[in-house]
Design a protein around this ligand. Sequence first.
Ligand SMILES: [Zn+2]
Length: 402
Amino acid sequence: MAVVNIRRDVDDKFYRYRMPLLMTKIEGKGNGIKTVVPNMSDVARALSRPPTYPTKYFGCELGAQTSFDEKNDRYIVNGAHDAAKLRELLDGFIDRFVLCKSCKNPETDLIITKTEEIVRDCKACGERTAVDMRHRLTTFIVKNPPKNPKKSKGKKGPADGNTASNGGQHAESPVADVDAEADAGAESDDELMKRIKAEAAVLTTETAIAKEDWSADTSPEAVRARTKAVEASMAAVNLADDESDEDPDSPYSQLGRWVEENRDVGPVEVYKKAEELGIAKKHKSSQIIAQTIFTENALTEIPKYLPLFAKLVTSEKHQKALLGGLERLVGVTYPDLTAAVPKILMHFYQADVLDEEVITQWGTHVSRKYVDKETSKKVRKASEPFLKWLEEADDSEEDDEE
Ligand SMILES: [Zn+2]
């Protein structure tokens, strides 16, 4: 199961607040079509909110009916909605109903005041920040105040009535349940801290500055802009080893992982991600995206991404990197696609992403830069019909001119 940062605008792999990636399943047909979120309770647990809150939030935002069957763990939004859309909405829910408005930490409890206002009580900085009561979800929350599930396990919940309890299902950490999946899960916080400190001091400073700024203007736009700046500086530091695929911290590795986990977000988001990581203009990004964004259905997926590659690929070096990425895709990841190489190349050629000279040069020179020699040979062999077509097209063009 994929795990993502609770704040998806933070691309720090050391960011300790993580949640399972929200999944969707479409059920039914016609008027009865609905979207089930099979892991809603896991996602909600990571956020320390009841699963009904984000579900209802989706309903408010989409103008759709929702239904829950808490016993059977079923959380449903009527209509067909794709995962990318709901994840985007979830970001909004997190921003409005989870993150401390002051420090942006997600470790908050919801408190309903005597005057029926909802407040986020932050464990990290101690601030209490009000929720925007104009949102329709607030009515639902007031009617269905958060409960402390530990009550049932014998531990006493908040006894008095002046705060209608808390939403606080914080065990030791909100990630307790997803720890097993998180790569950093095996490390204790102390070890993690040591590693973070061992990182360039520059980064720590940048992050600290960014945190200070966040209390100044906490609009999502402002936060995103600052996060972007921090990430760009991190990416710059990482560029020293940009040729290494093995370094899991490099922005390229980050981009590759992100693309694999977010294939359905669309080309614009992919470009934004590369930009955020500070590598949108790098030739290697063309390679990374080509080898991670497509699946065994590459032939039908490519047309959608041609504008993205047209934007990314800006030089001969970029073209070669793109070819390298495609070589890995068909040579290593999906060998069944090898036969489709001529069609794949045709797509990129017709969109003016790849030039004839570069394809010809590539197709006639075996290279071990991206794959082993045998695979390289195999892929080039498969490309022969296209190279031949290019040559013939050339000839006939010349004929036309005469
Ligand atoms: Zn706070």
